[in-house]
Design a protein around this ligand. Structure first.
Ligand code: KG4
Ligand code: ZN
Length: 327
């Protein structure tokens, strides 16, 4: 089964084809307009998706040499609702025009299943740390469609903390990649930032963000590279600590890393060095992409799932809930 996947939940317009041999095409257009505003502007994101979606999808479809796919999958949430609606409506129209099955995919399930797209990806059950701009959650993936939330952030997401620290240092947007780059010239032990621990398998990053702000107000503040490296080290310590704790309590040693923050160099290095069976997908499969949506949709379709073209978009949606809200 060859599936066209469409992703438009935030500021990436993406389309990909995934089949039995893996990813046949994977096209991502990253919207650049938001940099001027210091963050994603929802309406501008939706408008930019409208302009790019057909071009991106046509490019992804070249892999099928003019044939339609066997099914279409699209992100139905969670995300910026106007942005989700563009890709979802576009995907439904394609499915209707080609008379092929349609399935709506939870964006977080896309991230969650992305490690299984790798050649040596984890078998079920595995732990998956999803660290993105909007989410920091640890799941135990039992099987396709059955995900147990073990822990999550009680305040800011890790990516949000990266973006806010970048803003404090006036490094631009998106903050994650620039903090990552700036940190490479810094000393991770220069500033002893706190490692907040709300208990259990949860995280808290707002205190760490405040500690960075307070440090920057001091006359003897460290250089930006040292601040970035020290902040990043604190985030990585917190993330690794809960994953190790979860592996101990569940006995599950297979771990996947997913979401935009998983593109971070220090985080990737730390996870690769853990005494666990860790899959760290390539960076372009950690940040938003449609290959993960096509893959998740394909697994759902192979399990017999189909959605009506009346399926709605959802701004909030836990991957452990079914696609259509129970009435
Ligand atoms: O998964 P993603 O592309 O979109 C969401 O679903 O949110 O994640 C975006 C987040 C942003 O907060 C961005 O700053 C962060 O991922 N990010 C990074 C890096 N690349 C992207 N954070 C740290 N280091 C990076 N290299
Ligand atoms: Zn994402």
């Amino acid at each position: 089964m060859r599936v066209l996947g469409i992703e438009s939940s935030c500021d990436e317009t993406a389309a990909a084809v995934v089949g039995p041999d893996g990813v046949a095409s994977d096209v991502v257009y990253s919207q650049v307009i938001h940099a001027d505003y210091g963050g994603v502007v929802p309406e501008l994101a939706a408008r930019a998706h409208v302009e790019k979606i057909a071009v991106v999808a046509r490019q992804a479809m070249e892999a099928l040499g003019g044939e339609p796919p066997d099914a279409v999958a699209a992100t139905a949430g969670p995300g910026l609702i106007g942005a989700v609606l563009v890709g979802l409506s576009f995907a439904k129209a394609l499915a209707a025009g080609w008379s092929v099955p349609f399935v709506g995919v939870n964006h977080l399930e896309g991230h969650l299943l992305s490690p299984t797209l790798e050649p040596d990806g984890p078998a079920f059950p595995y732990l998956c740390l999803v660290v993105s701009g909007g989410h920091t959650s640890l799941y135990l993936a039992h099987e396709v469609g059955r995900y147990e939330t073990l822990g999550q952030t009680v305040d800011d997401a890790a990516g949000e903390a990266f973006d806010k620290v970048a803003r404090m240092l006036e490094l631009g947007y998106p903050g994650g990649p620039v903090v990552d780059r700036t940190a490479s010239d810094g000393n991770p032990e220069a500033v002893a930032f706190p490692r907040p621990d709300p208990g259990g398998l949860d995280w808290s990053f707002s205190g760490l963000k405040t500690a960075v702000r307070q440090h920057l107000q001091r006359p003897e503040r460290a250089s930006s590279p040292d601040v970035c490296a020290s902040f990043q080290a604190a985030v990585v310590d917190c993330l690794a600590d809960r994953v190790l704790r979860a592996a101990e309590t569940t006995g599950v040693r297979r771990v996947g890393l997913a979401g935009g923050v998983a593109a971070n160099g220090a985080l990737r290095a730390r996870f690769a060095a853990l005494d666990l069976d860790v899959t760290v997908p390539p960076k372009h499969r950690c940040t938003d992409n449609a290959a993960m949506i096509a893959h998740a949709g394909r697994l759902r379709l192979l399990a017999g799932e189909r959605h009506p073209l009346a399926l709605g978009a959802r701004p909030q949606w836990s991957p452990s809930e079914p696609a259509e809200p129970r009435r």
